[in-house]
Design a protein around this ligand. Structure first.
Ligand code: ZN
Length: 198
């Protein structure tokens, strides 16, 4: 199988802590990247993916709560999403493609209103609940550099600590082997990409 042009970065990759910048333009190259993000999300059995999970500094995410690539009517691209209203609370288990093998219960708003642009440049205002509301809150957190594990209770954090340390060791090892660039190189690349479109 051909390697994917975009790859999901894993905790504790520094881009996951990067504060995403609003997009000023969406060009052909970025459209291609967005379709690759959707492809990777489906292949890895995710229901959402934020741009910084594929090492991009943009305020952008994709969601399909069915996880089914055939279900196009549930496939959403959110450009510059902003959650404008939150209502109620709900707790449920979450996972993340950037934290493989880690799950935990996260308390979030039960219903949200989100404003964003779609790929056609049209403004969307969506009222969401259930898994879709949870997914957009999880993805918007990513864009702020926040991971779902940051929102776990203290016992919840303790329960995932070993697995997180395993991921930390894996990244250290990948950097030693030169597979993942160092912090300075990552920051420089993000700055170049920001100057291009934000
Ligand atoms: Zn995630």
């Amino acid at each position: 199988m051909e390697p994917f042009p975009v790859q999901v970065v894993r905790y504790p990759h520094p881009t996951l802590r990067h504060l995403s910048k609003p997009l000023k333009r969406v060009d052909t190259e970025l459209r291609k990247t967005i379709s690759e993000m959707l492809e990777v999300m489906y292949v890895e059995d995710g229901v959402g993916l934020a741009a910084n999970q594929v090492d991009l500094p943009y305020r952008l995410c994709v969601i399909n709560t069915t996880g089914d690539p055939q279900c196009k009517e549930m496939e959403y691209v959110f450009i510059n999403p902003v959650i404008t209203r939150r209502q109620g609370t709900a707790e449920a288990e979450e996972g993340c493609l950037s934290l493989p093998g880690i799950h935990g219960h996260v308390r979030r708003a039960e219903k949200v209103v989100v404003s964003a642009y779609n790929l056609k440049g049209e403004e969307m205002h969506l009222q969401l609940d259930g898994l879709f509301a949870r997914a957009i809150q999880h993805e918007c957190d990513h864009l702020e550099g926040v991971l779902f594990v940051d929102r776990l209770s203290d016992p919840g954090k303790l329960a995932v600590r070993d697995k997180m340390e395993e991921l930390e060791r894996a990244l250290t090892d990948e950097r030693r082997r030169g597979v993942v660039p160092d912090d300075q190189q990552v920051a420089q690349r993000l700055a170049e990409l920001e100057s291009l479109r934000t």
